[in-house]
Design a binder for this molecule. Sequence first.
Ligand code: SAH
Length: 228
Amino acid sequence: MRIDIITVLPELLQGPFSASILKRAQDKGLAEVHLHNLRDYSVNKQKSVDDYAYGGGAGMVMCIEPIDNCITSLKAEREYDEVIYMSPDGEQLNQSISNRLSLKKNLILLCGHYKGVDERVRQHLITREISIGDYVLSGGELAAAVVTDSIIRLLPGVLNDETSALTDSFQDNLIAPPVYTRPAAYKDWTVPAILRSGDLKSIEKWRHDESIERTKERRPELHKKYSK
Ligand code: SAH
């Protein structure tokens, strides 16, 4: 899978993709993440990518032309399944969206800045808008990093234990059961005996019951979906 991220601040994104699971996925050739500096597609000498808003008011708006140039040049090289604009008023990211996106081949993520992008970008150049939550960030880069991480960890072969992503929270509308590691007793806080029993069937049942209890307690709206 290939993800192209269009940004005015590529340096903000270099960190997240150069460590841990995201780096390993790229080293293994399972995912490619390419960063594109929007300024390289600017049409003027100052390399500017934003301008004053029509109608006045505070805040600059990102111009359509550099964005169109960048998307067009990427599309000339390959077909894209989705061109996604990171936007606080987009569809809110959840596990099922990440699962579906992880089956795609080529994605473009467009990061906005300032007041956002000229509305014509949203009307004509993109296929989808994703938000990572009801709060406003100063740019789309951190949101694009969140989306990319949530997708790449699902690709077969990226996580060492292939079943690991399937037992994470939100798969099947349940949240994950509690986990413990050594020591078995710390101060007088002990690990539930069942987990040390070696009885795999009972352990599996215990984990499932805990998942259901936790979901009921912490996320009643998910539990309703699960029990349907
Ligand atoms: N004026 C806009 C906010 C612009 S914030 C509004 O009120 O809706 C600048 C950029 O940050 C946006 O263009 C978007 O790309 C990104 N961004 C901010 N919050 C985000 C969120 N919750 N999810 C995804 N992207 C976000």
